[in-house]
Design a protein around this ligand. Structure first.
Ligand code: NDP
Length: 262
């Protein structure tokens, strides 16, 4: 069985480490690599690679959704696919980011402010709403908010947002990759003042967003736990496709152990 993570850029992805660790520890014959896709119009080229399935990362998750023959579960509602399998020449799409994030969320969170309006924001917005968590979405540009407004989410461009308290503040933008905050510091400080916990979906780098939250004595969490959870759920989808049986606790233990390496 052959799988890969597909995106651009892709060299930083830790998904191969997680999945290959699981193949080795569970004694399953399989391999998981990285594939750099240069442009979205080349998405259909994936069919020629001989992969049995793949994980899709930035910037192709919405492209993946549009290219699937069948879309399953919460991915249908979100319009964003991060896991695909090939079955009888058809492409099946799933979203494991949403549940992966929710599994990593503290129980005490009853309301959340999501910063950013991209694919991961959509996944989080829907799973949090489905679990009765009150959410607001704010974004740098207005255009990206349209689909959120259509779906009935309370959504504002940064300049229109009047602050109200939320338990969790979640940065779904890649701002930390560029070592900058997702919005101006004084607005963020005001937002943090009444919050309990700050999340940044990025992992493995020092996040200015989490550093600021930490200085204001908030609990902080990066995206590593979400990454591992979404990988476990994707691995389960891959193995179900081939009716492979394995110990689910051993899968979890293997991926969490591998995540200590990054
Ligand atoms: P998208 O490209 O779909 O969306 C990015 C969003 O961030 C847009 O709303 C964009 O706003 C905003 N944005 C981009 N740069 C900045 C900036 N410098 N300041 C403020 N806003 C900015 O990305 P995704 O939603 O797919 O992914 C976002 C991040 O989350 C990525 O870094 C990704 O690696 C991470 N991620 C982590 C996961 C995990 O398992 N830990 C899973 C999924 C994603 P605008 O509309 O104004 O351009």
């Amino acid at each position: 069985m052959q799988f890969a993570v597909v995106g651009n850029p892709i060299s930083h992805s830790c998904s191969p480490l997680l999945h290959n660790s699981a193949f080795i520890d569970l004694g399953i014959r399989g391999a998981y690599g990285r594939y750099l896709l240069d442009e979205s119009k080349n998405f259909s080229a994936l069919k020629e690679l001989g992969l049995n399935g793949a994980n899709i990362t930035i910037p192709f998750k919405e492209v993946a959704f549009n290219n699937c023959d069948f879309v399953h579960g919460i991915a249908q509602k979100i319009g964003v696919v991060n896991t695909i399998i090939f079955k009888n020449s058809k492409l099946h799409g799933y979203n494991t980011d949403a549940d992966g994030f929710f599994m990593s969320l503290d129980n005490e969170v009853k309301s959340a402010l999501i910063i950013g309006a991209g694919g991961s924001s959509k996944a989080l917005a829907h799973i949090l709403k489905d679990n009765n968590i009150k959410i607001t979405i704010i974004n740098r540009s207005k255009d990206r908010l349209e689909s959120f407004i259509k779906s009935g989410f309370e959504s504002y461009a940064f300049e229109d947002y009047i602050h109200t308290p939320h338990d969790a503040i979640i940065n779904t933008t890649p701002s930390s990759l560029n070592k900058i905050l997702p919005m101006d510091k004084s607005s963020l400080q005001k937002i943090f003042e009444s919050a309990k916990i700050a999340y940044d979906l990025l992992y493995g780098i020092e996040s200015p967003f989490l550093r600021l939250a930490h200085t204001m004595r908030l609990k902080t969490k990066d995206g590593k736990e979400m990454l591992v959870n979404q990988a476990i759920l994707a691995f389960e989808i891959f193995m179900d496709r081939f009716c492979v049986k394995y110990d689910k606790k051993a899968l979890r233990d293997s991926m969490y152990k591998a995540s200590l390496l990054f």
